[in-house]
Write a protein of this length. Structure first.
Length: 104
């Protein structure tokens, strides 16, 4: 089970504002459970910036991604597909992790 989660710095503002409420991860980063509270830090500098509570975890394939997923990422679907292709080239099976940011 994961005990922390990292995000690229460029997503910090969207996470803290509540504009980004999901993240799509590979299987290795999908091992979180509903209700679990995790510290969140930046991937680049490992700088803590909030705590999140996991709402749920749902398998989703790249082909199944829709505008709803993109909206939850605060992106267009084209942007989301590009981000996924950069981070997880060639990966089809993803896991959608829904979360809420805990008050600091
Ligand atoms: C190490 C690593 O993979 N870190 C990640 C993975 C994904 N994200 C963000 C990028 C997109 O908004 C979604 C979809 O993958 O999650 C991230 O910030 N850091």
């Amino acid at each position: 089970m994961l005990t922390k989660m990292t995000f690229f710095e460029r997503f910090e503002r969207d996470i803290l504002s509540g504009a980004k409420t999901i993240t799509l991860r590979d299987e290795a980063e999908s091992h979180v459970e509903p209700g679990q509270i995790l510290p969140v830090s930046t991937f680049e500098m490992d700088r803590w910036f909030c705590e999140i509570q996991i709402v749920d975890v749902t398998p989703v394939t790249l082909a199944e991604l829709t505008d709803v997923h993109a909206e939850q990422e605060n992106m267009t679907l084209a942007q989301l597909r590009n981000v996924i292709a950069e981070i997880y080239p060639g990966l089809e099976q993803l896991f959608m992790i829904r979360f809420s940011v805990l008050p600091q």
